[in-house]
Ligand binder design. Sequence first.
Ligand SMILES: Cc1ncc(COP(=O)(O)O)c(C=O)c1O
Length: 372
Amino acid sequence: MASSGVKIKYWDYLSEYAAHRDDYLRAVDDVFSSGRLILGQQVAAFEESFAAYCGVSSVVGVNSCTDALFLALKALDIGTGDEVITVSNTAVPTVAAIRATGATPAFVDVEEDTFLMDVSLLDGAVSRRTRCILPVHLFGQMVDMLPLLEYANRLGISIVEDCAQACGATYNGNRAGSLGDIGAFSFYPTKVLGTFGDGGAVTTSRPELARRLKRLRMYGMESTYYAEEEGYNSRLDEVQAAILNVKLPGLDAAITRRQRIADIYNADLSGIDGLSLPVGRAGRSHQQYLYTVRTERRDNLMNYLAGQGIESKINYPDPIHLMRGYRFLGYAPGSLPVTERLAGTILSLPMYPELPDEQAAEVVAAIRRFFT
Ligand SMILES: Cc1ncc(COP(=O)(O)O)c(C=O)c1O
């Protein structure tokens, strides 16, 4: 592989920062000058506007999506001895959060074309110990929530949505995080709504869960120096909330721009023998957090693109159930065939709102050259 330096980045925030630098620095200065540095007016304002955006009655700002998932499960009293059904085709923190409660993840396989939880397989994974289903809205598209909701409701099982990658995505007009008992969001810098550090939130329309989540993020306290229960320190930082308050009004425009880049990829990469493009299902908006193609020649394609100065990434190269850290769960190679096949064939192309059309066109041209 002859690397000629990176010409087209997979993700980059610097041009976005340059364009809005004054707004961000003013927001940070507002916090520093406010006299209230923890859980102040920026967090409160963000919680209110993000709740309106997601179509839920409450948002609780926390430290990360890993914590959001953990606290969501804790708020539902899920812990040791319980099972949570999820996918292995996700980021490690989904599973880490389940394990942090003491519960055990039970994996179902995914659909090959959408990469998402195959809800037709839920019945094979459910057991007497199943307390929760944790769908992961991967790459920007929501899981098939209608049959999942019907199934969970019939069995009296809770739903926690992992919305880390799907902020703003919709299913039959309902936003991610508004259909389950609780939704968990990440504001990690690369995310569709990303800040300049760590951040996360939980969404819910159940007031008793919102109240519990608020105290779980704050040492278990509802009033100063008195713990109602064992809790944690997981607060959305006031500075990060101030950044999010600047960014949230531009979220839909950023998603539209991602969709425009996806349109370029979709139109100009279609019809290539040996390359499969990501599939969006009817009734679901795809906000294109990642644009992920599939090919049996993935490693060669990735090397070729690198040689042309184009970054790409594999999300994810190893299914979690086969990682050393999770072998104790007892899943053998071959137990989740679609997930395992995807790990060897998927490749995510450059995708972020500031990626110029011309660079997207260069990516397309390089891929076309590779396949001719
Ligand atoms: C699907 C998914 N879940 C959870 C997380 C954890 O998010 P955070 O980094 O905010 O803890 C991530 C982020 O990588 C993710 O992609």
